[in-house]
Design a protein around this ligand. Sequence first.
Ligand code: ADP
Ligand code: MG
Length: 198
Amino acid sequence: MLDAAFMCRWMTATADAVDRDEARLTDLDSAIGDADHGANLRRGFTAVAAALGKEPPGTPGAVLALAGRQLISTVGGASGPLYGTLLRRMGKELGDADEVTREQLARALGAGVAAVGLLGGAAAGDKTMLDALLPAVDALGESFGAAADAAGAGAAATVPLRARKGRASYLGERSVGHQDPGAASAALLIGALVEAAA
Ligand code: ADP
Ligand code: MG
């Protein structure tokens, strides 16, 4: 069973991963965006880790809801409201249960990903974070490792795609040949689940 401490570990492992990979995320965003994705997410997840460290909520749902609110209030770019919505919606889905199963977390991820799709109007294949998140939903029903692999493969598969949403879509054909930065960071987020579970 997954408790509030598990969700705090997930969020701090994500903050660590974003810290480690900040330059890579910024490089990806400098190729097809405005070179702020690494800094945006580092600011956001640093605030998440600080808020959770100060007053860790008692339930998994409340941890994710707090993390989502922090991302929305601290990240200026498009990714802040999108990741914020993902985590807030997941938190809402988990309700006030003290512990949840991995299968429940997978269903909550599915609801969160659907909310991201509604907010941003993107679908699979549009070369966004959704291309890493969507494959992770079903795979998380199987295992944490399968979800991490699916998200990583989904992020890698954005390279040949042409962006149809977000800043990268302004480049049209010139967005082809680069990995989407948001898909890369989504793979970090899902990969951090493996560390939280270890
Ligand atoms: P900004 O584009 O405002 O500079 P970031 O650089 O932080 O914000 O985030 C860019 C990432 O956000 C993109 O790589 C993409 O994955 C994601 N993104 C942008 N717009 C959308 C959207 N409408 N739906 C889903 N994801 C999106
Ligand atoms: Mg950007």
